[in-house]
Design a protein around this ligand. Sequence first.
Ligand code: HAM
Length: 439
Amino acid sequence: MFETLPGFRDFPPEACSRRNHLFRVFRTVARAFDFKEYDAPILEPLDLYVEKSGAEIVGQLFHFMDKGDRPVALRPELTPSLARMVAAQGNSLPKPIKWFNLGEHFRYERPQKGRGRSFYQFNADLLGEINVSADAELIGLLVAIFETLGMSSNDFRIRLSDRATWVSLLNGLGVSEQALPAVLNAIDKSGRRKPEQTMESLNEAIPDQGESLWQEIQNIKKIDSLDALAKRLGTLGSEADALIHQWEEMLSFLSAHGAKEYISIDLSIVRGLAYYTGFVYEAFEASGEGRALAGGGRYDHLVQKLSGNVDIPACGFAIGDMTLSDCLESKGLLPNYVLAPDLYLVCGEEQKKSGISLVSVARKGGFSTSYSFKMVGFGKQFKEAGKSGARYALILGTEEADSKRVKVKDLRTGAEEVISQNSLVEKLEEFDATGGITT
Ligand code: HAM
């Protein structure tokens, strides 16, 4: 017996219809925000991720040499492909660019609850706009998606932080530009590691200052309000004023989107990806338990890094399907889709072929229709019709066939009506509109 590889999932129809429910909501709400769907390759040059995504993701890559001796990787995330695509079209794309994607991603992580080696992400990104209203538009979209899925402020929270604020504070503590990526990476991991490990990483980045830096970082990580932030930034003068102004702008735009009630200011978020430059956020189940449902932020220099010359500011986020469906399931918010046909044909052996022709008419008219492939008696066919969950049985015996008619039985009410075969679709639409066949 073969099994799926660890961390990979099969999607039998039930699971697939649940996944499609999420996808439908993602697409509908993204379109309401006027985001356009795009796609990119699943296999990319390995170099696209090295240095651009940060050490953590690079360590989790599925990568190999292809038959042309090219180092390639299955995409662990979409942002570098998007930046590449936008950079290639340079300044010819009308701005702002508001694009979304639904696709599979691969990371060689230890499989655990909410974490797989293959998972789906909904990515939404807005490029070409430096104003914070773009960041707020994305958080507005994230909130609208979660609300459409049935979640309220009792169910999820978005923890909001700002890399620019972190960079100013760290500069103020004497951390050089060069040491910043390693220090930010250590801060990102600090929530999941022992303090000694974090101090060791900080000492590697800034020799002999790991311990004192760690004390300061711990205090900054605890900042959870604008007041506390303003107090901490106080020493930085006009730089502080500009940062606080950005925060205020962000929060008032979020209010306008109806998203403010979901926001917690939380400087403990810095994000693991190397390219973020501004506001960053992660969404969690309200209790804070479990892995993030979504994460994102501003990444103003990635397009330029990949293109060398095209400079386009950008921000975006991704929602993962695994943590989200676990979360919705635990709250009873994942509908159980019944994958039933609308109609089931029940016919005599002689009428099988004319029955299939009738089935074709119903299908072309938009009614999902099944029938038994084996020649079995009427009783057994009715049983199968019941098992299939169909709403109506189309009954075609000698009498109906001879008079070019068909009997439609409402399997919910038991009521029947004999109709002309010519008016099948029209009558079925009528039954649907009036809630079934009544006697
Ligand atoms: P990320 O935080 O690495 O961000 O991933 C976003 C979401 O994808 C996570 O919150 C989680 O729900 C899901 N996810 C990540 N890894 C796994 C995994 N191994 N198994 C299951 N789910 C997972 C990014 O990927 C950024 N590229 C998002 C972004 C778009 N930033 C700007 N634009």
